[in-house]
Design a protein around this ligand. Structure first.
Ligand SMILES: [Fe+2]
Length: 268
């Protein structure tokens, strides 16, 4: 039987958009159909550079264009930045599969489902950009999104804490505001796409919470204090609020964690 990890590596490294999105869906299907083996360990490449399309222009966050919903150009720039976040999310979910090879079957099923849904999100936004006369690659993109994958590559527990439960969780807070603004400017198509993404993203963060708790239990450590310790150790950015309490509770945050996050966000 083919190795899940070898097959995932090939998709992770792919720089071709069409190929990556389709192969991600196929990977999920093949794993569900029992065609890929997750029990043989595959030699991980030392440095994996996730594949991004060659036409993308990467710039530092401070050099990104303004993404305000007030103007048509600002709206397209915002949708473009979201498309890039989703493209990156495909790579992040694939890397969660590829890099950590000692996890139970359910872990791989979960992250392949996430990867396939992220590919779906990307395609929705890519199509919307085309409808609005633009395309993925028309604007420069954030160069720092893959960094957190590199910084957390040594430990699946750290990865689960920082990528789904810090980076992706921020999307749960900010997306509802974008949806309201899109409705205000009568763009219900874009609003609907963001609504679907938001709902699925709650599930993705809760998958991160589930495996984070699983690993804490296995190592016999307290999830709440561990989460805050890892946040302090690995997250150098600014924590921002306000938090979307309800979505975050649904995604597996505890009241204690949310109170601590709220306090950290107000200090900034
Ligand atoms: Fe997504």
């Amino acid at each position: 039987m083919k190795s899940l990890f070898e097959s995932t590596q090939e998709v992770l490294l792919s720089k071709n958009i069409e190929h990556k999105t389709q192969a991600t869906q196929k990977l999920r299907q093949d794993f569900e159909d029992g065609k890929l083996n997750h029990e043989n360990v595959f030699q991980i490449k030392d440095v994996v550079e996730a594949g991004y399309p060659l036409f993308l222009k990467f710039v530092a966050p401070k050099d990104l264009p303004r993404r305000r919903l007030g103007s048509p150009l600002g709206k397209v720039a915002l949708l473009h930045s979201l498309a890039h976040i989703e493209f990156n999310a495909i790579n992040l979910a694939l890397d969660a599969v590829y890099r950590f090879q000692q996890m139970p079957r359910g872990y791989y099923a979960d992250w392949l489902k996430v990867a396939a849904e992220e590919a779906g999100h990307f395609q929705l936004l890519q199509n919307r950009l085309v409808q609005l006369g633009s395309a993925y690659g028309d604007f420069p993109v954030h160069s720092g999104l893959w960094e957190m994958a590199e910084n957390t590559a040594h430990d699946v527990l750290v990865r689960m804490a920082l990528v789904p439960r810090v980076m992706e969780a921020r999307g749960l807070d900010v997306t509802p505001g974008m949806i309201s603004k899109l409705r205000e400017i009568q763009d219900s198509e874009s609003a609907q796409i963001l609504q679907l993404i938001w709902e699925e993203e709650i599930q993705h963060v809760s998958i991160g919470s589930y495996w984070f708790h699983y690993l804490c239990q296995q190592r016999n450590i307290c999830p709440e204090t561990t989460y805050l310790r890892l946040l302090n150790q690995f997250f150098s950015g600014r924590l921002r609020g306000p938090l979307h309490q309800e979505a975050r509770l649904q995604a597996g945050f505890s009241e204690f964690e949310l109170a601590a996050l709220k306090q950290l966000a107000t200090k900034n």
